[in-house]
Design a protein around this ligand. Structure first.
Ligand SMILES: Nc1nc2c(ncn2[C@@H]2O[C@H](COP(=O)(O)OP(=O)(O)OP(=O)(O)O)[C@@H](O)[C@H]2O)c(=O)[nH]1
Ligand SMILES: [Mg+2]
Length: 306
């Protein structure tokens, strides 16, 4: 009996270590593919053009610097892995002065998951040619989508454009604000309302959270965008967020509209690929002095050659 149990135990351990190596192997495979795609190395086109359709829901989490997005993401990961879900997190570094130090913060916070075979975390730089999120983020997300994850979370710092553009990437966008975000809401009201599928008033342990949440709800008005309150450091309010992620998000967006946005972005960036402002200026130094120079003809010639 004891020998039988021992063998059984050994078999279990063996299976466990095999699945673990398999997972880590697939993580290595993801990282390898992402590096190729991210840096436009040879083979990038082939990887992208052989991607299959995937239904993995992509959850966007955006909001001002320091709102508690990463703390919240950690809690979400924790809840998902407890339910045996596999989750990938893409932390977008918009390479702006706002993020100094935050990436390090992200790393420290997410380190607890670094050896978990069900969690894959990748930081990427946004460096969009046209400002905002680059088409690369779409490609990176799609590569990750081709692996077997149950959820993909994309965290971006909401500094203007990137906040708006996450909506073109995610099936469901959570906008994280704090009780002090009142002014922010006033100034970016239109844009923010358009992209938010739900608002989170985080740091609800601070004064003014109830008032601000009510204020947000009144601005959201008839749009029925949910407003949830959380304290990310303790996990308070998390269950409502988990419902949104697990139940509402997977069925949420008009998928074709989202695909159209993505296609538009990819084409836009591909078309602009060989154009730089500096190079245009150099060319214009010469040709703009010609007596028959015409800006529209110049632009047209660039369009034709791209
Ligand atoms: N009091 C309080 N502090 C919080 C809460 N959530 C997060 N924090 C703290 O706020 C700080 C910023 O949290 P992060 O999770 O790094 O915020 P972030 O939005 O990811 O920050 P960036 O990625 O730099 O934009 C940290 O010191 C957290 O401990 C909360 O609910 N209440
Ligand atoms: Mg963060």
């Amino acid at each position: 009996m004891a020998v039988f149990m021992m063998v059984n135990y050994l078999t279990l351990e063996l299976i466990k270590s095999m699945t673990e190596t398999l997972t880590f192997k697939s993580f290595r495979d993801i990282s390898r593919k992402l590096t190729i795609v991210e840096n436009d190395l040879e083979g990038a086109d082939k990887i992208l053009s052989s991607l299959k359709v995937s239904k993995t829901p992509v959850i966007g989490i955006t909001g001002p610097p320091g709102a508690g997005k990463s703390t919240l993401v950690s809690k979400i990961i924790d809840a998902l892995i407890k339910r045996n879900k596999r989750v990938a997190v893409i932390a977008v570094d918009p390479s702006s002065p706002f993020t100094s130090g935050s990436l390090l913060g992200d790393r420290v916070r997410m380190q607890e998951f670094s050896s978990n075979p069900n969690v894959y975390i990748r930081s990427v730089a946004a460096r969009g040619a046209l400002g905002g999120l680059s088409a690369k983020i779409i490609e990176i997300t799609d590569v990750i989508k081709s692996f077997e994850f149950d959820f993909i979370i994309v965290e971006t710092v909401g500094v203007g454009q990137s906040e708006i553009e996450i909506a073109g990437l995610a099936d469901f966008t959570l906008v994280v604000l704090v009780p002090e975000s009142g002014d922010e809401v006033q100034s970016i009201k239109a844009g923010i309302m358009e992209i938010a599928d739900a608002f989170i008033v985080n740091k609800a342990d601070r004064e003014g959270a109830d008032y601000f949440a009510r204020h947000l709800q009144s601005i959201a008005g008839s749009s029925q965008i949910p407003v949830c309150k959380t304290v990310a450091i303790t996990g308070e309010g998390l269950s409502e967020i988990m419902d949104l992620i697990e139940v509402v998000a997977p069925e949420h967006k008009n998928k074709v509209a989202l695909l159209a946005r993505k296609a538009w972005k990819l084409i836009q960036e591909k078309r602009m690929k060989d154009l730089s402002l500096q190079q245009l200026q150099q060319e214009l130094e010469a040709v703009s002095t010609y007596p028959d120079f015409n800006l529209y003809k110049f632009a047209e010639s660039k369009l034709r050659s791209s």
